[in-house]
Write a protein that binds this ligand. Structure first.
Ligand SMILES: [Zn+2]
Length: 141
């Protein structure tokens, strides 16, 4: 379930919310099928510092919620939907499977991320893709 916590509704389009919703449903089903892990985590869209694209929130029982940066989502919806979401889901799966403190971007995480993202997983933000997306949305608008 996607929750938009930003103050202005116009910031994030309904279309983007729907795309996020369908991508997270897709990832949930794939994760259930491959790893037999039930995530169904809430995904919050929130204003957070620009350099953080997204993060996982954990509690003592495990993964609790995924947070996405509203400004980044507004400017680069494709990148967030196709890369950042799978990146964060992979952190949640790793924690559920290995039940230990997250080693952030170790080999277990990377393998999960590659599997669920169909090979498009990025450890950190891929500037080239983002720049391309910015340029294309500039020319398309
Ligand atoms: Zn990460």
């Amino acid at each position: 379930m996607i929750f938009n916590l930003t103050r202005s509704d116009a910031e994030i389009t309904q279309k983007t919310i729907e795309r996020l919703e369908s991508k997270s449903r897709y990832l949930d089903q794939k994760i259930k099928r491959i790893y037999n892990v039930d995530l169904n985590l809430p995904v919050y869209i929130k204003e957070i510092p620009r350099q953080i694209w997204g993060y996982m929130l954990y509690n003592n029982k495990g993964p609790e919620a995924i947070y996405l940066n509203s400004n980044v989502l507004k400017d680069n919806p494709d990148y967030v939907i196709n890369h950042v979401l799978a990146h964060e889901f992979a952190h949640a799966v790793e924690r559920k499977i290995y039940k230990r403190k997250n080693r952030s971007h170790g080999k277990e995480w990377k393998e999960i991320c590659m599997t669920i993202s169909d090979g498009t997983c990025d450890t950190y933000v891929n500037d080239q893709i983002v720049v391309k997306e910015k340029i294309s949305s500039f020319f398309n608008n």
